[in-house]
Ligand binder design. Structure first.
Ligand code: HEM
Length: 174
């Protein structure tokens, strides 16, 4: 959070407002969003697919008619792809060109191919602007008890992924 706030201070200064056009100048904020989507993809199994024909992929046979679930949650924690996958480390995305458009299959929180999320362009802009605005306008801290014990990151799986224990954070206007 401190690094993201420093970056925002450098880029937008005293303005207290971030425009969509400035997201490109906020690589650390972008890396935080990517890292969050890697560890906590909002749609953990994408939308189910059905195989049109029997297909062989990497030694596996997917029979015609099979329902296919893409486990994006597990892909984000695969240690063959990510170093120290359990660690929240936005730096892993700095200086890399990994994007959300479905071309980089290691990070597909919006899916890929013809069924890719049509709301992606809106969602990407809004998530960055919203997160930046929350950091610009408020100082954030955790309740003492959560600060002592750590945030419970247990997840509840469904079509969408949510926190099992909602986060409580204290915002003080700046
Ligand atoms: C952070 C925000 C969002 C995330 C992570 C997200 C993620 C996804 C994912 C993973 C899929 C399935 C894609 C696939 O299986 O390949 C999907 C589908 C879809 N999303 Fe999003 N989405 C987000 C926001 C939005 C918004 C803002 C809208 C609309 C304004 C939207 C509309 C849709 C629709 C209509 C589909 C179904 C597309 C189809 O099956 O043809 N999403 N989304």
């Amino acid at each position: 959070m401190a690094k993201a706030c420093d970056e925002l201070a450098r880029v937008i200064g005293e303005r207290k407002r971030v425009d969509e056009s400035e997201i490109d100048q906020l690589p650390y904020l972008q890396a935080i969003v990517k890292e969050t989507f890697r560890l906590h993809p909002p749609v953990p199994f994408l939308v189910p697919r059905k195989a049109n024909m029997t297909t062989r992929i990497m030694g596996y046979t997917i029979p015609k008619g099979a329902k296919v679930l893409i486990n994006v949650w597990t892909m984000g924690r695969n240690e063959n792809i990510w170093q120290e996958p359990e660690k929240f480390m936005p730096e892993r995305f700095l200086g890399r060109t990994v994007g959300f458009s479905g071309g980089d299959l290691e990070l597909i929180p919006f899916g890929a191919g013809r069924r890719i999320c049509p709301g992606m362009p809106l969602a990407i802009r809004m998530v960055h602007v919203l997160l930046a605005s929350l950091l610009i306008h408020f100082k954030w801290r955790l309740p003492d008890e959560v600060e002592r014990n750590g945030i419970d990151m247990t997840e509840r799986f469904g079509l969408t992924l949510s926190k099992a224990v909602p986060l409580c954070a204290i915002a003080t206007p700046i």
